[in-house]
Design a protein around this ligand. Structure first.
Ligand SMILES: Cc1cc2nc3c(=O)[nH]c(=O)nc-3n(C[C@H](O)[C@H](O)[C@H](O)COP(=O)(O)OP(=O)(O)OC[C@H]3O[C@@H](n4cnc5c(N)ncnc54)[C@H](O)[C@@H]3O)c2cc1C
Ligand code: FES
Length: 293
């Protein structure tokens, strides 16, 4: 049974902190796992692009939770949100620990946190993912293609994009995670691998460049991945005056605005620069508002 919801302080009045049961845990690709947590209250509120802080209850090492994007919600037999899924790549202490978690055990989750993606625009939506950066795109693709509504109250997309494409780049094909999930929502998936083992032999930015060279009015790009790749995507979009949003994966300590460990430099309306907390004002920012070095 899950612990009662606790409101987090201050800036995230809708977020909950709960110890919730793990109901599924599957390996999707090399070092990559999908974790399903039963948490209806959190699932009802979550929108694509938001994230959760996750940790093991009653454990002091590692003490702090780690941020993971909403991969998707899952529904109960009545079609109501029953919980959330995250997909994670094992890179260090917490993700190694998570990979040992078993179905039936409890995980501690705080969320949903952050701003989430803007509603899917009409026109063409290009989702650009590098490495484990594909995780925020299943839910936004499902929403964009009319497959599910998210949030409380439910978000109402103004219109459906005519085309939604995922350009997904990884080092090597064994890291491709969730391809069946992405195809099942009706998404056009284009793959690039650095070593040519699947799809285009080269960078995901090559796929994006080819897409952008086909001029479609009202194109919007949502991007998530390693920083150098996001910088390259932002540059390609700026050169073509295409609106681009980046989902930042800045390391975080608290996740709810208290510690200022996650700040990023953001352009103000008067063209000066200031710092913003990625966990509260982000993780999604318009690329042209960010200082990209
Ligand atoms: C908003 C947001 C959403 C995220 N969503 C996902 C997701 O859906 N799936 C997923 O696998 N990961 C996601 N991440 C990244 C994830 O939080 C880190 O991989 C995780 O914190 C690593 O924890 P660890 O204890 O295993 O690694 P640690 O032991 O803390 O670190 C291991 C190594 O990785 C480096 N590192 C840790 N975090 C990051 C980071 N964010 N960026 C670059 N290097 C880092 C450390 O410097 C260290 O070298 C997200 C991050 C953010 C901010
Ligand atoms: S992680 Fe603490 S303020 Fe953002």
């Amino acid at each position: 049974m899950s612990a009662p919801a606790i409101s987090l302080p201050g800036c995230v009045p809708t977020a909950c902190q709960q110890a919730v049961p793990i109901v599924a845990h599957d390996q999707l690709a090399k070092g990559t796992f999908r974790l399903r947590l039963a948490c209806p209250e959190i699932a009802r509120q979550a929108i694509p692009g938001q994230f959760f802080m996750i940790r093991e209850p009653n454990r002091i090492d590692p003490l702090l939770g780690r941020p993971f994007a909403l991969y998707d919600t899952y529904l109960d037999a009545q079609g109501q949100p029953a919980g959330i899924e995250v997909v994670y790549l094992v890179v260090g202490k917490m993700t190694s620990l998570m990979s040992t978690w078993r179905v039936g055990e409890l995980a501690e989750i705080w969320g949903p946190l952050g701003n989430g993606f803007p509603l899917p625009p009409a026109g063409r939506l290009l989702l650009v993912a590098g490495g484990i950066g594909q995780t925020p795109f299943l839910a936004i693709a499902r929403e964009a293609l009319g497959g599910r509504q998210y949030g409380q109250p439910l978000r109402q997309p103004a219109g459906q994009p005519q085309q939604v494409t995922l350009c997904y780049g990884v080092r090597s094909q064994e890291y491709l995670a969730g391809l069946e999930d992405f195809s099942s929502v009706g998404l056009d998936v284009q793959i690039a691998t650095d070593n040519g083992t699947r799809g285009h032999h080269g960078y995901v930015t090559d796929l994006l460049r080819a897409q952008l060279d086909t001029i479609v009015p009202d194109t919007t790009v949502y991007c998530c991945g390693p920083e150098p790749m996001m910088h390259a995507v932002a540059k390609l979009c700026a050169e073509r005056e295409v609106t681009c949003y980046l989902s930042l994966e800045t390391p975080m300590a608290c996740g709810f605005g208290a510690c200022f460990s996650c700040v990023t430099k953001v352009r103000q309306p008067d063209e000066t620069w200031d710092y913003r907390r990625v966990c509260v004002e982000g993780p999604i920012f318009k690329a042209t508002d960010l200082y990209l070095g």
